[in-house]
Design a protein around this ligand. Structure first.
Ligand code: HEM
Length: 362
């Protein structure tokens, strides 16, 4: 754990990170905490919406939001969508191979497949995916640490447009949105909107970083690529190892809900800590040779999906998207893809590529 002279605390080891994430003495930044400390935050529609989602709620309201989402994202529910998602993935990779999409793999594939998946879950029109993805980009960018006023303005606009779109959009009869709308009277907040905001942003950005990471790591470690192509039963483990080795989200923020301690260090109620779970995923006390990318690795208890009360609800969906993607990649690009030109996205909270050019199609 690192404590700065300005009182900022970075929690780094696996055990302390897990301890905070599972402790009832720590919660996420919520509206009450923000009212007491962040002047003017309620003037930003994007922030109000975000703190109304599961990632901005503690206690009973948080549980209520989770209960609404879990049936649509359980392992069984996601398995039922495997064939539909595989069809979309193969179709888009075919189009990419034929040169019909943007030449940048990040724009053409990685940014778009996760939005198709969220549309499937919510029951939104797949034809609206590109538009929804642009709104997701704008809304999610305000989740970085200290977003600029222009980023916040764009996020506010996108939040309003998404809200209007949902009120006008026809949801498919079997999607999560249709179910939530049928239960609307049970929820005082606009829960269908809030759940769309969180699934679209949490489900898009993270997975859009995971897919290029898979390509990049297999390109960088050809021995691991060969192992995987030879034995595709290793694909689920390779996905877990990629999540551990290159976690798309680097940190979670937590607030002490009471006076408490981490590793003997005292915290006052309301104090903020940054939980660096990506560092925890390289902790040598838990992971043997943590800086080695090893698709046969046995230890898969990484913290890339968080831990405790806010454990990622979309983990099964993300895993399946990545598994289906690798199958399609191996089938359609038997010689592999050569990564030719990449750039990391700036920022502290997420790690992923903003540009990801490849060669070797066909
Ligand atoms: C590689 C992909 C993904 C990664 C690395 C990831 C990571 C995370 C992490 C670290 C958290 C916990 C945040 C915290 O504790 O503060 C989280 C929460 C969440 N994730 Fe994911 N996620 C991914 C994909 C998805 C997908 C595909 C969806 C849904 C479509 C999703 C929906 C959510 C939701 C709703 C929460 C909030 C849970 C709560 O607050 O109770 N995520 N995710």
């Amino acid at each position: 754990m690192l404590v700065g002279s300005d009182g900022i605390v970075l929690v780094t080891g696996y055990e302390p990170c897990a301890e905070v994430l599972k402790s009832a003495k720590w919660g996420v930044i919520d509206a009450d905490w923000s009212d007491a400390r962040l002047q003017g935050w309620r003037t930003h529609r994007s922030r109000v919406a975000f703190l109304g989602t599961a990632l901005g709620l503690n206690g009973a309201d948080h549980q209520r939001h989770r209960r609404c989402m879990i049936p649509a994202l359980s392992r069984r529910a996601i398995e039922r969508r495997r064939a539909a998602l595989a069809e979309i993935t193969y179709r888009e990779l075919h189009r990419f191979r034929a040169g019909l999409l943007d030449a940048d793999f990040a724009c053409a594939i990685a940014d778009r497949l996760p939005v198709f998946a969220v549309c499937e879950v919510l029951g939104l029109d797949l034809g609206d995916a590109d538009m929804l993805q642009q709104w997701a980009v704008d809304i999610a960018s305000c989740h970085e640490i200290s977003p600029s006023p222009s980023v916040l303005r764009k996020a506010d606009e996108a939040t309003s447009v998404l809200h209007d779109y949902l009120h006008g959009a026809e949801a498919a009869p079997r999607g999560l949105l249709a179910k939530l709308r049928r239960q609307e009277n049970n929820h005082p907040d606009d829960i269908a909107f809030l759940i769309t905001v969180i699934l679209l942003t949490a489900g898009w950005e993270t997975t859009s970083f995971l897919l290029p990471n898979l390509v990049y790591l297999l390109h960088r470690y050809p021995d691991q690529d060969a192992l995987l192509r030879h034995d595709r039963a290793l694909i689920p483990r390779a996905v877990e190892e990629t999540l551990r080795f290159e976690s798309p989200t680097l940190l979670d923020t937590r607030v002490a809900l009471d006076d408490t301690f981490i590793g003997g260090h005292p915290f006052r109620r309301g104090q903020l800590a940054y939980i660096l779970h990506a560092m925890a995923n390289r902790d040598p006390a838990i992971f043997d040779e943590p800086d080695r990318f090893e698709v046969r690795r046995d230890e898969t208890d990484h913290l890339a999906f968080g831990y405790g009360a806010h454990l990622c609800i979309g983990a099964q969906l993300a895993r399946m998207e990545a598994q289906v993607f690798l199958e399609a990649l191996f089938d359609l690009f038997p010689q592999g893809l050569q990564v030719t030109d990449v750039e990391y996205r700036p920022g502290l909270a997420f790690r992923g590529f903003s540009r990801f050019k490849v060669a070797g199609a066909g």
